[in-house]
Design a binder for this molecule. Sequence first.
Ligand code: ATP
Ligand code: MG
Length: 503
Amino acid sequence: MGTRVVNMVGISKQFGGVGVLHSVNLCLEAGEVLGLVGKNGAGKSTLMKILYGVESADSGTIEINGRQVGVAGSAKAMRSDVAMIFQEFSLAPTLTVAENVFLRRLPTRRTGLVDVRQCQERTSEIVRSLGSDIDVNVPVATLSVAEKQLAEIAKALSQKASIIIMDEPTAALTSDQVEFLFSVIRTLKSRGVSVIYISHDLKRVLEICDRVSVLRNGRNVSVVDARAVSVDDLACDITGEEPIRATRREIGHPTSAAQVSRASDSILEVDGIIAPRVHGVSFALHPNEILGIAGLSGSGRTELLEVVFGVSQPREGRILVNGIPFRGLTPAKAIELGLYLIPDERQTKGLVLSHSVQDNMILPVLQKVMTRFLIDRRKCTELARRLSQQLNVVAASVRHRVANLSGGNQQKVVLSKAFATGSQIMLLDDPTVGVDVESKREIAQLVRQHVSSGKNAAIVVSSELELIAELCDRVLVMREGAIVDEMRAVDEPVTEARLLALV
Ligand SMILES: Nc1ncnc2c1ncn2[C@@H]1O[C@H](COP(=O)(O)OP(=O)(O)OP(=O)(O)O)[C@@H](O)[C@H]1O
Ligand SMILES: [Mg+2]
């Protein structure tokens, strides 16, 4: 046993009367990389913010390097040993790397002036010791995400932090950048610095961590030795599902005759697409099918859907809709062809928040409600009322501002636009993010209803693997811009834990 540097015992926390952490324990050794995993909302970030001292706990104790620190109120001052790197970085974009690293502690000369040279030299020394050669005199705004992360780590080290918390550090990194981050983490480890590593990428977690702590619904589930556990076991701990030892069917095998004939009746074919973050993706979508795309954020899933909808153009590859290839597809053309994209960020990409339910709903079908040069308000209201009823949008009236609706109802308004255009192929990008349980169920039901009629179909991308497992007939697993696996519900049970182990 090494030296224990963190000991959190019985940490509990409520937000507005709702318990999010229930007597959670966590300990960390010197020079150890500890993984912290769990589903969205399991309480990982909250637990780490409590350790870092920017969030208070209702009860429990924390010891850092042998010293008891308070858990109530802002106890951040007590935690000079701890640094936390958030996904939204805390660097000042207009300042240089060196200025950021020494912000508020700039070395001064005897004259009282800032010693710029010393600041630069010390920063580049730290940066070089981590194996990087970035210029510390450029503004942080000009750096890549990976370089910003490095600047954050340099800042932590300059503050002599011996415990560094990284909250989802790899979500926006390419695989080369992840390799580099891992080499930095190994360097830190060799110097006795401890790292707590939060991530949904279980393969990577097992690659870099010594031990992994699993949280589920704000409770400790297990702490495992990373060398002794498989990704599947970890996935089951996270979801609480029983392991299924089904044999995994690799893709790339010759498809059966039945599947080939099905491919020929596909309504959408994506053939060898190469685009930013998408590296050669092909698949077909069939009538009455719900096709899931399971992947972590950053896997290229959003970029893929955007190419299919014509938001961006692929560098290579073809898209065929009902057998006809299209080049230079635009969203307007895609809608004409019967596609509709429900985008990932509904508030910025999917809705005009300051407008009414009705105005949002009719936006994509203005020509349907026009009489010569004027908008027929009566027709608009009729259409909006019909859609509201069909999708069960709960709002005082269709004139109500969308900004004031709940997340679930906002998402139903976005979905209604796909129904209004009479789309054949719905592309849904993370449709249930921040949506309440009841609305989630309704949205899943609406998608099922949609694909059951005519030659309709849907593609569902989601971080909520539970939704994909439950809803989809077939699932493509996407990792680092490529399809790495395929599962069909008719062949094998598609469960949340299995998907989690594959993404
Ligand atoms: N400031 C807050 N006010 C109210 N509820 C909050 C607050 N911060 C977090 N929560 C709730 O606490 C629970 C745990 O959230 P937390 O962010 O710790 O989860 P997480 O495990 O980090 O999830 P993710 O993987 O999505 O980042 C969630 O239900 C979340 O909605
Ligand atoms: Mg979090």
